[in-house]
Design a protein around this ligand. Sequence first.
Ligand code: ACO
Length: 321
Amino acid sequence: MSILFTRILGTGSYLPDQIRTNADLEKMVDTSDEWIIERTGISERRIAAPYETVTYMGAEAAKKALEAANISADEIDLVICATTTAEYAFPSAACEISGILGMTDTPAFDLAAACAGFSYGYALAHSMILSGACKKVLIVAADIMSHACDPTDRSTIILFGDGAAACVLGESEEEGTIAVHISADAKYGPLLNLAYPKRGVAVQDHLWLYMKGNEVFKHAVLVLSDLVSETLKKGNIDSSQLDYLVPHQANLRIITATARRLKLDMSHVIVTLDKQGNTSAPSVGLALDEGIRSGKIKRGDILLMESFGGGFTWGSALIRY
Ligand code: ACO
């Protein structure tokens, strides 16, 4: 029997305890609470402690997603971890997470798509299930972006926070995932990048995240505007049928521009960036889990998830939850 559909079986998330407020940032760099709120919409973000690695946070989020899906780890056929800030090149964070969950022969690998990581993981999991290769896929997304930013650079340190999200996608007889889309355009790589530390050299400068913020902003608004329209068209859904937009949480001005394009009132948009900042790969997954656990998103709701990040990379998923 060919597999017709995929749907979300459960979601989970993890946020570090430590909070960095705008008042904390006023003591670190030349900025103000007013500027950060007006230009980004962010009030506070979570900062990982040394033990809160990508693997640790990812595994905690994964345990909650498995619990929500009411399945055990041995039912998972593939583990994908979207991250660009894992501790090791290998073993991958996905391998480590599979080990923590007690898996011994489940394929696992990391996926690098910056802020579009969750959308990429979702699209890949969807395809793997539709191909018949897997029945259930665990998508984890986790990042520690706060450690990648120069603590003296006010243009980036104010934006990013840390966290992890997870989602179990499974085969289904009823429609869940309606349409997915992923894309990349390498010519914009120089506007937003994070280098690996150089190996084999005695002295090395720390290589911080670089972002030409206002240029990235303009592209993000344009790309996301096209992305949401094309995804709705692909799924044959009108924006008036959407229950929630679950957007990448980079900047409230980008989110409101996308909502305007969809003629969607902000009461139909899940916003978490005020409390979390931009967490990169897990951002959309964290918003999805927050929407579900807060009771806003209910089974049967039509959701549009979208994200945009370094590469440039971007992706979306239109689903019936
Ligand atoms: N506090 C006070 N002033 C600041 C701060 C700050 N924290 N940061 C910058 N400024 C100043 C600048 O120095 C500049 O001053 P000047 O006019 O005297 O030169 C002024 O504010 C305007 O700077 P812009 O960079 O033009 O500010 P902008 O309104 O564009 O906001 C921001 C900057 C918030 C970074 C915005 O451009 C943005 O959100 N960009 C998109 C981010 C994004 O979507 N990233 C993609 C995902 S990230 C990933 O993939 C890892």
